[in-house]
Design a protein around this ligand. Structure first.
Ligand code: LLP
Length: 446
């Protein structure tokens, strides 16, 4: 009898399987990898690499799918894009036109969201360490809601709002102590995490908040982690706790106007079974629906992740003692997720001919002087030559925003594709810009 085929669950998905799940990307014999109607080879040639490329169509489609899932579940919901995952002005503009607000975590994000045309009435400010200046700025802008993460912070907000003659609409971020079963660095809803107030203290803090000047308590919020793929059970557990809290607050005569359900919905980077927006909407409906309150969502990755790629060019292929190394011109300073979270990103050749050539394992690495600057190990890729472009998939979230200039590498350009059009929406940083703002004191001489 023939031995069973040695297929294991560690076999990576093929290029075709990866692209089948990402309808804005298609592979053509002549044009190679195409985003919407634009061959990525054209962008690589005209703009250079490394370059981030976002699909406006995918952003719109995903925003609409999420909205539809919430509406179809019978929920009154607003979506506040967690712009920490992608703060590109044009990306935000696309999402603002879809009616999305923003979840911001700094004055910088607040300013960018306003510059993108997101109304203050669509902005919620989260974060465990808002400074007094940031709170002042948020109140001056009269944003929709501040999610407070501690009683200490609420006291500061109260003092600042009173001094400004304003009333801050404040929701308490509750730490529900559930395990979202995601990477330890991005889990946020366990009691040992720094986020939110302990569920056991939240009632008392809410009641206290109602007595503080300058504060209007308007609701409760939670966010249990990011890249959640382990089904809905953690979400359900967290939301059920929030529902109990809302009921208890109502019994005390304390009004609750809305519940912020956070973000975290995971995406399949490789072939993980990822939950759908419909599943999340269903979980919200099942746990919070009977309260009859409007809900808020703060998704980032689910909307923007699959909509973007990072294009890089092969600098050279080198044969090491143990491996074939494909050295590309993008590095950990551009896309840090593999180095930081051992994240898996699909890597697809941009040339149609390369994409059907025989495959062999390769280590895909960047030029930065650290072994951690490795995008993939043992990845099945065709033989590649200097100048060949490759696309790192699902780089639309936590990609460009997490870049640095480590090794004095300028920040890469960003491009938006919309149908057959494309535009550079953030220019590549110049080498001169790396020197901007630096000043050598006179005593060091010239
Ligand atoms: N709301 C709050 C309060 C958050 O802290 C986050 C993400 C979100 C919403 C959006 O979560 P999402 O829907 O994008 O999962 N750099 C990491 C992810 C960090 C997530 C931080 N907080 C990564 O590359 O995987």
């Amino acid at each position: 009898m023939a031995a069973p085929l040695a297929l294991t669950d560690t076999a990576d998905p093929s290029f075709a399987e990866l692209l089948a799940l990402r309808p804005h990307l298609t592979l053509h014999a002549m044009d190679g990898l195409v985003m919407e109607d634009v061959p990525l080879a054209r962008i690589a040639a005209e703009v250079g690499t490394p370059v981030w490329v976002y699909s406006a169509g995918a952003l719109r489609r995903r925003a609409r799918a999420l909205k539809a899932a919430l509406t179809d579940a019978g929920l009154t919901a607003t979506i506040h894009f967690a712009m920490k995952c992608n703060d590109n002005l044009s990306v935000l503009r696309v999402l603002a036109a879809e009616g999305l607000g923003a979840d911001v975590v700094s004055e910088g994000e607040l300013r960018i969201s306003r510059a993108a045309g997101i109304p203050a009435s669509g902005i919620v400010f989260s974060g465990v360490g808002k400074t007094a200046d940031e709170i002042r700025h948020a109140l001056a802008e009269d944003i929709f809601q501040i999610n407070a993460e501690s009683v200490e912070e609420i006291e500061v907000i109260s003092a600042i709002a009173s001094a400004m003659g304003r009333t801050a609409r404040v929701a308490i971020r509750v730490n529900p102590d559930v395990d979202a079963k995601t990477h330890a660095k991005i889990t946020t809803g366990k009691s040992e995490n720094k986020f939110g107030v302990a569920i056991g203290d939240a009632m008392e803090i809410y009641a206290r908040m109602a007595t503080m000047p300058g504060i209007e308590p308007i609701g409760i919020a939670t966010h249990i982690g990011s890249q959640i793929t382990a089904g809905m059970s953690a979400y359900r557990a967290a939301y059920a706790r929030l529902a109990e809290m809302v009921k208890a607050l109502r019994l005390q005569g304390l009004p609750v106007q809305r519940v912020d359900c956070g973000g975290g919905l995971g995406i399949p980077y490789r072939d993980e079974p990822a939950p759908s927006p419909e599943a999340l909407a269903g979980a919200i409906r099942a746990t919070l629906g009977e309260l009859g309150l409007p809900v808020m969502m703060e998704p980032g990755r689910w909307i923007a992740g699959p909509a973007g790629v990072l294009l890089a060019s092969v600098v050279l292929q080198k044969q090491g003692a143990a491996h074939r190394f494909v050295v590309v011109d993008a590095a950990m300073n551009d896309l840090v997720r593999p180095a930081m979270y051992e994240a898996w990103h699909g890597i697809v050749p941009v040339s149609g001919a390369r994409a059907v050539a025989p495959l062999s394992p390769a280590e895909v690495v960047g030029p930065v002087c650290e072994s951690g600057d490795t995008f993939a190990r043992g990845r099945l890729l065709p033989m590649l030559e200097t100048g060949d472009a490759v696309a790192f998939l699902d780089a639309g979230a936590y990609g460009a925003v997490m870049s640095s200039t480590y090794n004095a590498r300028p920040l890469a350009a960003e491009v938006l594709v919309d149908g057959a059009r494309f535009a550079v929406v953030r220019q590549r940083q110049t080498h001169d810009a790396l020197l901007h703002g630096q000043h050598v004191p006179a005593w060091l001489g010239t």
